[in-house]
Ligand binder design. Structure first.
Ligand code: FMN
Length: 271
């Protein structure tokens, strides 16, 4: 069996979650950054015996839209797949469902929605994934490994259709005078929002606010407007506060159900 790990992780949280999950497998792993895939070419086809994991951040409760046509070009061939959505302590809404619908040709094994710190407003979900999350993610990965040995049954994932409306946010990074015009942000921008002749700006209509350009800048020269950020933080306070759970399924949930059934049989008075 070969393990393919596909991810988009502009600020590193999604990759962190994927690293934890993949560490439970003891097999050859091929790592693929979805934002590089159009440049590096596609391993278009999988075998039924392969396993692939796709991990994306939830943007506006959806799959970041530039990824959809990339995923549509992967030929699942009923290879087993695990879906992962990270989210910044608000909600992942329809991200997993859209991921599943997009990767039609795979045999979906399990899913996980993991909380990370919010990439735009890092005070929400701060410090996550933390030690407790790591334990949960590892347990999930081990259970997926066990599930692979059993006959395959199709799964449903949370979410509803039509999907939540995909919205953009007014957070558009620009470079200050520390910019050395190295062009790395231009090369790494997944949607080509940074003009080739003027790296310090970005096309606000094209930019998806993923902040990959800030992550890759060796000079730390790119920033977003802090007043806009502050306003966004205040607006989102209600929906992003508190500790949101990681969600796993369906295997972990089935285990819970089995446990509840056993308990209710043995201790009927308690239920
Ligand atoms: C444009 C944008 C939209 C986002 N929308 C949501 C959202 O709807 N719900 C949520 O909980 N987090 C949201 N987030 C936070 C990310 O899903 C979260 O921080 C994710 O882990 C970032 O992944 P990364 O660290 O791999 O870049 C959004 C982040 C960005 C940049």
């Amino acid at each position: 069996m070969k393990l393919y790990a596909f991810y988009f992780s502009p600020t590193g949280g999604t990759k962190k979650v994927l690293d934890i999950i993949c560490s439970a497998w003891d097999c050859q792993t091929e790592w693929m950054d979805l934002s590089d895939l159009p440049k590096t070419g596609f391993p278009v086809s999988f075998r039924e015996t392969d396993l692939y994991i796709v991990a994306v951040p939830s943007f506006s409760g959806r799959v970041p839209q530039f990824i959809v046509p990339i995923l549509q070009r992967l030929q699942g061939n009923q290879a087993k797949a695990i879906l992962i959505s990270t989210y910044g302590n608000r909600a992942f809404d329809d991200t997993l469902l859209e991921l599943k619908d997009t990767m039609e040709q795979a045999g979906f094994l399990c899913y996980c929605a993991a909380v990370t710190r919010h990439s735009v407003m890092p005070r929400y979900g701060a410090g996550r994934p933390g030690a407790e999350d790591k334990k949960e993610l590892k347990r999930f990965a081990v259970q997926c490994r066990e599930l692979l040995k059993q006959p395959f049954t199709p799964i449903g994932v949370p979410g509803s259709r039509p999907y939540r409306t995909y919205g953009s946010i007014p957070v558009k990074p620009r470079a200050d005078k520390c910019c050395m015009d190295c062009g790395l942000c231009y090369q790494k921008c997944p949607v080509h929002a940074i003009p080739g002749d003027h790296y310090r700006t970005c096309d606000a209509n094209v930019c998806i606010s993923c902040l990959q350009c800030i992550t890759v800048c060796p000079q730390k020269a790119r920033h977003v407007n802090r007043f806009i950020l502050k306003a966004a933080e205040i607006t989102m306070r209600k929906t992003c506060s508190g500790r949101k759970p990681n969600q796993f399924g369906p295997y972990v949930l089935q285990n819970c159900r089995a446990l509840i059934m056993t308990l209710s049989k043995n201790y009927p008075a308690a239920f």
